[in-house]
Design a protein around this ligand. Structure first.
Ligand SMILES: O=C(O)CCC(=O)C(=O)O
Length: 247
């Protein structure tokens, strides 16, 4: 696996994206463009979450989007750059098209937040783990005119497992650079996350215990990227990640 290929250009916390750091690293015009983009994708995330709330028959259809509209929301934007890859000598002699090596640019993980809105250029790379066979990776065709939406762990917990946070990764084996930009819609650090009452039924009893977003983030940073952190918050969890980082 190739590590460290995805470069983080910057993490722009919203709504504080006019921070001193940004002011120094971006021209006013770029700042304006980024601000507009962030506002637009935040709006999109909220609309999608309101539709989901309605579809799930929640008493408060805006229960999810409220968390993102909160001034203290921990949402952030990340830009990834995967440089072109021409392969080693052997690969170069056989490689004819983009997608024929297994060079991982961003390892397998699920997004911890509520919802992710991803946009990329026209270079493939994103793959999702098949929900029915966890050995099969499904490539997602890039489309620079579309948004890719991922359910995050927090939404899985709040919907008591009705929505599933899909595991995904990004390959970095193209002869062209891949660029992707993600808006991760998150609640405030103090927000308590737990299955909503409407999502708990006799057929689907409560699956996750309550946690704060701050607690989940702390757990996340203590584990490897690929860990299934939400498993730790299951009421019947048998997973012990104590020795996770010892190897
Ligand atoms: O770059 C991509 O296409 C995916 C990146 C990703 O999953 C992430 O940054 O969390």
């Amino acid at each position: 696996m190739a590590r460290g290929i995805a470069y983080k250009f910057g993490i722009l916390k919203t709504p504080a994206y006019t921070s001193a750091h940004l002011k120094h690293s971006m021209t006013r015009k770029k700042c304006f463009v980024v601000n507009n983009y962030v506002e637009a994708v935040r709006g999109l995330a909220c609309e999608l979450l309101d539709m989901l709330g309605e579809g799930l028959g929640l008493k408060d259809e805006k229960a999810f989007s409220k968390l993102i509209k909160d001034n203290e929301s921990d949402s952030l934007v990340r830009l990834n750059h995967y440089p072109p890859y021409y392969g080693n000598a052997e690969e170069r002699s056989t490689k004819t098209k983009d997608d024929n090596s297994s060079r991982v640019g961003f390892g397998e993980h699920s997004d911890p937040q509520i919802l992710t809105i991803l946009r990329s250029n026209d270079v493939d790379g994103l793959q999702i783990l098949s929900p029915v066979n966890d050995r099969v990776w499904i490539s997602v065709k890039s489309d620079p005119t579309a948004f890719f939406v991922n359910v995050g762990d927090a939404l899985q917990a709040m919907t008591n497992g009705r929505c599933i946070s899909v595991r995904h990764r990004a390959m970095a084996n193209s002869r062209r650079s891949r660029l992707s930009m993600m808006f991760f819609a998150a609640p405030s650090l103090q927000t308590c996350i737990s299955p909503l009452p409407e999502m708990i039924t006799p057929e689907n009893p409560q699956q996750y215990r309550q946690y704060t977003w701050a607690e989940f983030k702390k757990t996340m940073y203590s584990l490897r990227l690929a860990s299934n952190r939400l498993e730790l918050y299951r009421l019947d969890s048998k997973v012990d990640y104590k020795f996770q980082d010892d190897d």
